[in-house]
Design a protein around this ligand. Structure first.
Ligand code: APR
Ligand code: ZN
Length: 304
């Protein structure tokens, strides 16, 4: 049966679901000015993923790879969470979620490394101080592909990881983001001018998961997916595994799947619900939220 785009029916499903997971991708951050990977103007259309986002590519030319990740760091630092991030953060907050899906649990599993969901969670938690606990304790977020702002040591006997939002991350990389933006990369930044481990001084790498590497938190995610009765898929082409397989697993376990995407994506014809359009609009509608420019997010009453 073709997926439904009946928003009222989806809201009823949301209200009766008990264990909800969301799986998000680059489309979630598109409205924040972060390019996606495979869509129009996507990063993998402009740059070579194999040479920039694989352990082998980094080993062969860390300067190229670091310029690419420096560019992505600078882009993410300039970006702000959008209403799709905020809608998911609000739904993560027990006070808000209780009004939409009473008694349910929720975890956001993101493939994004830009840190915008975490920033949005922090902003929302600050808006609801009465909730007491910090964002991390309450708002369940799993960054399965790591973090752009984590810097990891490449030395086997060290592996020190540090959260670092320094801009530029090294003097030598400063300004290269403009080159990258125009699709060119400066091949000759000396190794010693690239990011180094603050503990042992060895070459450091971005704390993200590269093609061919094992994503983070897979055991936790597997437990959540096994238990889930609703999987909300947001802004992903559903082409990269294991993330692309979670929705089908939930459905095979008798759960439901709802896809929120700008364009058609892999396997969406199997979903129970499909809402095509910008997720910064469709998610807000689906959760029945009002997100004012300034001020507190609230849940619309049924008549609204
Ligand atoms: N709202 C909803 N969806 C959107 C929006 C938007 N505003 N803008 C773009 N999209 C959709 C596109 O239609 C596309 O299907 O987001 C999807 C982005 O797909 P990809 O670019 O393939 O990104 P993603 O699915 O996150 O890639 C998965 O691949 O490159 C690796 O590790 C990287 O995490 C990434 C993984
Ligand atoms: Zn080290």
């Amino acid at each position: 049966m073709a997926p439904s785009n009946n928003m009222d029916a989806f809201r009823e499903l949301l209200a009766s679901s008990r264990h909800i997971v969301a799986v998000a991708g680059a489309g979630l951050s598109a409205a924040s000015g972060i390019p996606t990977f495979r869509g129009a103007g996507g990063m993998w259309r402009k740059y070579n993923a194999i040479s920039l986002a694989t352990p082998e590519g980094f080993k062969a030319n860390p300067s190229l790879s670091w310029q690419f990740y420096h560019y992505r760091r600078e882009t993410a630092l300039r970006a702000q969470p959008n209403n799709a991030h905020r809608a998911l953060s609000a739904f993560s907050l027990p006070t808000i979620r209780q009004q939409i899906s009473p008694g349910s649990t929720f975890t956001l599993i993101t493939q994004n490394v830009d840190g915008l969901s975490q920033r949005s969670n922090d902003q929302i938690a600050a808006m609801f101080p009465e909730e007491g606990n910090t964002a991390d304790e309450k708002l369940q977020l799993i960054e399965m592909h790591g973090k752009l702002f984590d810097v990891s040591c490449t030395a086997k006997d060290c592996r020190h990881v540090e959260y670092n939002t320094k801009s530029p991350i090294t003097e030598a990389l400063g300004g290269t983001e403009l080159l990258v933006e125009h699709g060119t990369l400066d091949p000759d930044i000396p190794l010693e001018d690239l990011p180094r481990c603050s503990k042992c001084g060895s070459l450091a790498r971005p704390g993200v998961v590269w093609f061919g590497e094992r994503p983070f938190h897979l055991d936790d995610i597997d437990k959540l997916v096994e238990k889930a009765d609703l999987c909300v898929v947001v802004g992903t082409s559903s082409t990269v595994y294991p993330a692309a397989g979670y929705a089908m697993e939930v459905q095979e376990n008798g759960g439901k799947v709802a896809v929120f995407n700008l364009d058609r994506s892999e396997g969406d014809e199997e979903a129970d619900y499909l809402f095509l359009g910008p997720c910064e609009e469709t998610l807000v509608q689906a959760f029945g939220l009002t997100i004012p420019e300034n001020g507190k997010i609230s849940v619309n009453t049924p008549s609204e």
